[in-house]
Design a protein around this ligand. Structure first.
Ligand SMILES: [Zn+2]
Length: 340
């Protein structure tokens, strides 16, 4: 069992180093990570998704090989590779099922081709799970065994750790927080349901709600921005809200309210110690945290002490590959001590 503090419990040696790789639709981030979570080196290459699955798997292999060579030049041997991939994956079969941001990918084997090219143990995980593992190990979830993370971007994803273990679920689709229904008969979500959290509280939905109201002729400083840029972002909304724009403040407050609904529901189901807000929209910082906390306190049971800490993620774009490294360490440690 991996000791999160980076100690030697469970057969670890102090020089163990692994490679974490985070595959995204635009780029592939990779890092050489020590047993204690220190990032010794990080690299980023373009995914070149237009080249198709074989080409991209080849780029993953090349990135892993270059990181391994770099380790070798320092006299360090790499113990394994962890790969995080978008969308549904089958960790049991070692394949990526059908990622929404990698068109033409359908049940693409990843583990086997990478393993046969570089002859190291390979782990595969969904990128949202990888990110929560990263925060759990070395970020906002450290020192905490029951933690959920909501990743707020163009969509809403997440991950959950219970009793210090990643919870994947029977069909490996746990923690699809963006598709919790927060409005019965609400607006259509692109997943086919109605009233999903993602359709109200993602960065995309936040920007769209503000845009819609400005188009309808409501007064707002956002109108000038919309006329000039042709589109609004969630960042525009939170900045205008912070500058005192009342429409923007209402839209932002609604977003925080829906996120608080999700957090209250998660708390009642899972009884968490901490809920981490991550992803691009978490860059909003205090206005996000304060808004969600205010609604959370309003909605949650009064006078009950078992409340989660609501915090911001700490590792940014590094969370994914650091979490993949954690998986690779677990796999390597498991082999060393003979544990599955
Ligand atoms: Zn949905």
């Amino acid at each position: 069992m991996l000791n999160r503090s980076g100690g030697t419990k469970g057969g670890w040696v102090s020089t163990t180093v692994v490679i974490g790789i985070d595959l995204g639709g635009t780029d592939i981030k990779g890092g050489l990570v020590a047993h204690d979570g220190r990032v010794l080196e990080r690299r980023i290459v373009a995914t070149e998704a237009f080249g198709g699955p074989d080409h991209v798997v080849g780029r993953i292999i090349a990135l892993a090989q270059s990181l391994r060579e770099s380790a070798a030049s320092r006299g360090i041997e790499v113990a394994g590779v962890g790969i995080g991939a978008p969308g549904s994956i089958s960790s049991r079969e070692g394949m990526i099922v059908s990622p929404p941001n990698l068109p033409r990918w359908d049940r693409v084997p990843v583990v086997e081709p990478v393993r046969s090219a570089i002859s190291l143990p390979i782990s595969l995980e969904n990128d949202a799970n990888a990110a929560v593992l990263g925060e759990f190990w070395r970020g906002a979830g450290r020192d905490c065994d029951d933690v959920a993370m909501l990743t707020l971007g163009t969509g809403i994803g997440g991950g959950v750790m219970l009793g210090g273990q990643l919870w994947r679920g029977r069909f490996e689709n746990a923690a699809e927080f963006g598709h919790m229904i927060v409005e019965m008969n609400g607006v259509a979500c692109k997943c086919g349901q109605r009233g999903c959290l993602e359709a109200y509280a993602s960065a995309t939905a936040t920007a769209a709600r503000a845009t819609d109201r400005v188009w309808r002729g409501e007064a707002s400083s956002l109108k000038t921005l919309l006329d000039r840029a042709g589109a609004l972002t969630a960042r525009d909304v939170v900045e205008a809200a912070s500058a005192g724009d009342s429409l923007a403040a209402q839209v932002w407050d609604e977003t925080c309210g829906y996120l608080a609904v999700a957090c209250v529901n998660l708390q009642h189901v899972l009884n968490l110690e901490r809920i981490i807000l991550a992803g691009g929209m978490s860059a909003a910082g205090v206005p996000l945290l304060d808004g969600v906390r205010r609604h959370f306190d309003r909605l949650m049971w009064p006078d009950v002490g078992d409340r989660p800490q609501l915090v911001l993620a700490e590792l940014g774009n590094d969370a994914g590959f650091i979490g993949c490294a954690y998986l690779a360490l677990q796999a390597a440690g498991g082999e060393r001590v003979g544990v599955a």
